[in-house]
Design a binder for this molecule. Structure first.
Ligand code: F6R
Length: 253
């Protein structure tokens, strides 16, 4: 696991966007794994800037999002499909037919989940997976639990996730209690993983992710066994990191 500590959110967003753009420039038809939430918003803005400057071309790119709330239609302002269109897809030259977000409205959720994993496999797997991290250690919506899931599945959101995500909704009651999420197997199959975190409210979980034990109570900790994970954090999310910090390069190996 490589950890890069940058000064602030602005630097984090620029560094992440450059990594993604480089992946696309090295493989025009690459497959991106994408996340929603507050963390990657700046990265998507920077990617749009790079696109407007002619530095990246999305015309052959395919994308798969990690998750979607159950019961929110694509045109609901808090659905993750809506988020992706608004924050990225509407502003770049990606073919929207090549952008996939789980369908939280599917009548047969089990079939939707199986089809989603099959579709990722059909496209050759994910080249670079972007992740945020929940304060409780979730990635995608793989919540802390006694056991973890391999494949895309329907999950119950924890009260913590509902409380934290209620900031996007008018009231807590409106937050869906379930979501369709890629499983940890699907995430771990990505060739590269880029996890982003900023702010002091992520400091504790970043400490656990990088230096803690691998535990189903911290689902993200499984990333410690992936071959190619880069964690980019800002200074305030890095305050609990103690080990081997090369201050000069700001890289922990
Ligand atoms: C979103 C997702 C979640 C978020 C996490 C952090 O697609 O999968 O795991 O990455 O909840 O959210 P923010 O960035 O809003 O703190």
């Amino acid at each position: 696991m490589r950890v890069i500590i940058v000064k602030d959110y602005n630097e984090l967003s620029k560094a992440a966007a450059l990594e993604i753009a480089e992946t696309i420039n090295n493989k025009m038809d690459c497959v991106l794994g994408l996340a929603t939430g507050s963390t990657p918003e700046g990265t998507y803005k920077e990617l749009i800037n790079l696109y407007n400057d002619g530095k990246v071309d999305f015309s052959s790119v395919t994308s798969f999002n990690l998750d979607e709330y159950k019961g929110l239609p694509a045109d609901h302002p808090q659905s993750y499909r809506y988020f992706m269109n608004k924050n990225l897809f509407d502003h770049i030259n990606i073919n929207k037919n090549n952008t996939f977000v789980p369908n939280g409205m599917a009548a047969d959720i089990e079939a939707e989940c199986a089809d989603y994993d099959e579709n990722v496999a059909k496209h050759g797997g994910i080249d670079i997976q972007i992740l945020g991290i929940g304060q409780n250690g979730h990635i995608g919506f793989n919540e802390p639990s006694d056991f973890l899931y391999m494949n895309t599945h329907l999950t119950n959101l924890t009260q913590n996730t509902i409380d934290v995500n209620s900031r996007f909704f008018d009231s807590k009651d409106e937050v869906p209690t379930q979501a369709v999420t890629m499983g940890l197997g699907g995430i771990m199959k990505a060739k590269r993983i880029l996890l982003l975190a900023n702010g002091s409210n992520k400091a504790q979980i970043i400490g656990k992710l990088v230096e803690g034990k691998i535990s189903t109570n911290v689902p993200a900790s499984i990333l410690q066994v992936h071959r190619d994970v880069t964690v980019i954090v800002d200074e305030s999310a890095a305050v609990y990191l103690k080990k081997n910090i090369d201050k000069r390069l700001n890289i922990v190996e």
